[in-house]
Design a protein around this ligand. Structure first.
Ligand code: ADP
Ligand code: PAZ
Ligand code: K
Length: 251
């Protein structure tokens, strides 16, 4: 058994798995824990199974909480904590200027895409920010970062006197008849359009058609709009594969 912590800027997904395929998972706000005891209290309220004395894997894009996992591992784990980093995974060539700066969530998405979908993939992860990963002939070539849907809605809310926060869902029409639909078109429909535009231009750089995989908490918004498949557990599987590789290379 291994405990996975996928720490994003909005949510932390906590998952227990023994095989990297089946996950018992729970989602908490990343802002809701600051100590290992608070984190442990969440786990004890969620998991019926024994979660003590386990190795933990952390994919974190929020450096300020990383020490919580060090303490957690010492006090409640088996002392083994693996932080996902591109430069600690040499089964993929990270063909970018600074591999160390690639977000851990992006690293996990790429590791899982390569293992589960092959050497030519484009992965889009819809969260606080929207990330796009390019895996071409088995090499990670980089990608793009866009503001997440909620970030755009929040920016319009904070940057204006009258615009409200609206429900995060695409508008069924492209001519808004009220403020809410006007904002949804601009923040969600238009952002999906931006993703489609970037992906179309990335595909031109491939000699073979890449697989398109959508993941992240808000991937559901592109269902039936953007080609490709939705794979909710991609990041978690990437974390597990990272852990497996770390265990194999340290034997
Ligand atoms: N069970 C859920 N409860 C609340 N929000 C959810 C849930 N599932 C998906 N979401 C959506 O996922 C978003 C967070 O996506 P996520 O990929 O976890 O972001 P990040 O990794 O940047 O923290 C939330 O803002 C919400 O819109
Ligand atoms: C782009 C991100 C903020 C996305 O994180 P998330 O939306 O999951 O909170 C994260 O991948 C990150 O902090 N990346 C570091 C910069 C880079 O990947 O180039
Ligand atoms: K993410």
């Amino acid at each position: 058994m291994v405990l996975l912590f996928d720490v994003g800027n909005t949510h932390t997904t906590i998952a227990l798995t023994r095989n990297g395929k089946d996950f018992e998972k729970y989602r908490i706000s990343t802002s809701k824990y600051e100590t290992e005891d608070e984190l442990y209290a969440f786990l004890k309220s969620f998991f019926k199974d024994y979660v003590e004395n386990l190795p933990i894997v952390v994919s974190s894009v929020v450096p300020s909480v990383n020490t919580v996992f060090e303490y957690f591992s010492q006090k409640y784990g088996n002392g083994e904590v693996h932080f996902v980093k591109a430069h600690d995974y040499d089964k993929i060539i990270w063909n970018v200027h600074y591999p160390k700066e690639i977000g851990a969530d992006r690293v996990c998405d790429v590791i899982a895409a390569k293992k589960d979908y092959g050497d030519n993939c484009i992965v889009i992860d819809y969260g606080t920010a929207i990330t796009i990963e390019v895996l071409r002939d088995g090499v990670y070539e980089g990608g793009a970062i866009l503001p997440g849907f909620a970030m755009i809605v929040n920016a319009l809310f904070k940057g204006t006197a009258k615009l409200p926060l609206v429900e995060l869902r695409p508008s069924p029409t492209f001519i808004g008849k009220d403020t809410e639909s006007n904002i949804q078109i601009g923040a969600i429909n238009a952002t999906v359009g931006a993703v489609k535009y970037v992906v179309e231009n990335i595909i031109k750089e491939f000699s073979t058609d890449p697989k398109i995989i959508h993941t992240g908490g808000q991937a559901i918004f592109v269902k039936d709009i953007v080609a490709g498949i939705i794979d909710k557990d991609l990041t978690l599987r990437g974390m597990y594969y990272f852990y497996e590789e770390k265990k194999n290379t340290t034997r």
